[in-house]
Design a protein around this ligand. Structure first.
Ligand SMILES: Nc1nc2c(ncn2[C@@H]2O[C@H](COP(=O)(O)OP(=O)(O)OP(=O)(O)O)[C@@H](O)[C@H]2O)c(=O)[nH]1
Length: 206
């Protein structure tokens, strides 16, 4: 974060808006971290690293500039005779935990029971991606995906399951490599109908 983003004029507790640092400020911050790690940001192999890191951040955290509702607003009503749930399995999740900014990597399983309209299936994967490309906890992300689908599509029910490995636990700290974290959120028929919920969990490999 740039220095001016943490000066009193940007103090969030006073209601001041956060000023987004410039690219140059972000690159300077990376140079500071390299030096703090013990290396010399001026040596040849590291000269372009700040630029690469800032570009990687654009990709990893591109979800702040995207609106999931935009992707869910185009629906198709001309689906005839289908009255069951729609499930997407194995959607890739690449996110970063907000506590250590370490990656957490896994899969999302998303289901909904349409009321009137269905949405393009790729849009559900896009919604997962938008929320994943922010600093997250797995629980918040699971709830945000579920809420976005429920609010935009008004389906008869929504189910979201995420299973992920957190590198803040596997590559540092407690160093447990085989722990996966599973989070779920259910609304509507997935909450009230245990058989439906269990079907979703089985299809999600639980
Ligand atoms: N609930 C939840 N916890 C998370 C998530 N990602 C990381 N964490 C945890 O956030 C916690 C932060 O704990 P702290 O004690 O503040 O940080 P720390 O001293 O680095 O903790 P250790 O990881 O135990 O070394 C850790 O227990 C992490 O495992 C997540 O998505 N959800």
């Amino acid at each position: 974060m740039a220095m001016d983003a943490i000066t009193p004029k940007n103090d969030k507790s006073r209601g001041d808006p956060l000023v987004r640092p410039t690219v140059e400020e972000a690159e300077a911050a990376v140079r500071t971290l390299i030096a703090w790690a013990g290396d010399d940001p001026r040596r040849e192999g590291l000269l372009d690293t700040p630029k690469r890191v800032v570009n990687a951040y654009r990709e990893w955290f591109g979800g702040y500039d995207e609106d999931p509702v935009k992707y869910l607003s185009r629906t198709f009503e001309d689906v005839q005779g289908y009255d069951d749930i729609v499930i997407l399995r194995n959607i890739d999740v690449e996110s970063h935990c907000e506590h250590h900014m370490a990656p957490f990597i896994g899969k999302a399983f998303v289901a909904y029971k349409p009321s009137d309209a269905v949405v393009g299936i790729s849009k559900l994967a896009r919604v997962v991606e938008i929320f994943a490309k922010r600093l997250q906890t797995q629980e918040t992300m699971t709830a945000q995906i579920c809420d976005a689908i429920t609010e935009s599509l008004a389906p008869m029910g929504t189910a979201v399951l995420i299973e992920a490995v957190h590198e803040c636990m596997s590559t540092r700290g407690v160093h447990h490599k085989d722990v996966t974290t599973v989070t779920t959120q259910f609304t509507g028929v997935f909450k009230s109908d245990a058989d439906l919920r269990n079907r979703f969990l089985r299809v999600s490999g639980q």
